[in-house]
Unconditional design. Sequence first.
Length: 369
Amino acid sequence: MAASSAPTLAELLEGVITNGLTYRDAGVDVDAGNALVDRIKADTASTNRAGSLGAIGGFGGLFDPKAAGYVDPLLVAATDGVGTKLTLAADVGRHDTVGQDLVAMCVNDLIVQGAEPLFFLDYFATGALSVDQAAAVVSGIAEGCRQSGCALIGGETAEMPGLYRPGEYDLAGFSVGAVERDGLLPRSDAIRPGDRILGIASSGIHSNGFSLVRRIVERSGADLAAPAPWDPAVSLGESLLTPTRIYVRNLLATIKLGSISALAHITGGGLTENIPRVLPDGLGVHLDTASWDLPPVFGWLMREGGVAAAEMARTFNCGIGMIAVVPAAEAEKVIAFLTYKGEGVHDIGEVVEDAEGAVVIAGLDRWQG
């Protein structure tokens, strides 16, 4: 009886290829990831700036602070996400604005320290990669980077089947900025009772409080596709998705005036929780709602959700996306300069002595109508 010959390597490989599983069978499409990289190359290239090195697609992004003009810089890092605003984006079917939100939430935190954003990286996680959806998100990220003058030097796209439902995704962003050592904010030793609090207008809700926003929309029975009650030119859903305003370029220019002692980005925690973060011990703030108009979107949220004014002030920006602390003698100059730059600015209050460091807001009853 003739001995049977052992299978060749080619035969063994054929069996594996014919009968074995592939990564795509497990739900991960490497080809789609490669296609996404190709789609977004133009967007990422459009964000290049002095100091950018290399191209997207490598194992790491490179940046040269010396080429960006810094002599003795401190590096400042920030990371954030967009939160449940992503769920609203999915409900509306629009994904090109949340990328700007992602960048804004990071770079607006950097400018609070006086830092110029240098570069940005993103993390996009989903169950099954849709190249069109992801490319729309990245286009928004690139727009945010262009607005803030930082380079999109890399990121990560993760497909994780079973962790996300079809069409779902999550976003995180990471940004690094630089500030010369003697330009770091806040300048706590310069802040005094009587200093003015300047409020810089928001573009809308920005990217905080959307779990409450979505609950209010659900409770009201409002149709996201219907005209927004405060702006019939756009749908309710599109208006709620208005991207976060990026303040970087205008504030970098304003900081050079030498008049700003502190900045505070009004994000989660609203007016009452964010302003104390940049004040020295023993100082608080008195604000007056008569100093600015509550944007109609916030009034609608209050009415439809039965939300108390104090809860609004500690949840939302209520029309003030950034505040600046300036000496009283410098307030008019700073207001005039920011207005010239295209920002809406209001003198909304003052720094006061307060052992608790509280933010006291007068006239909250005005918001209740």
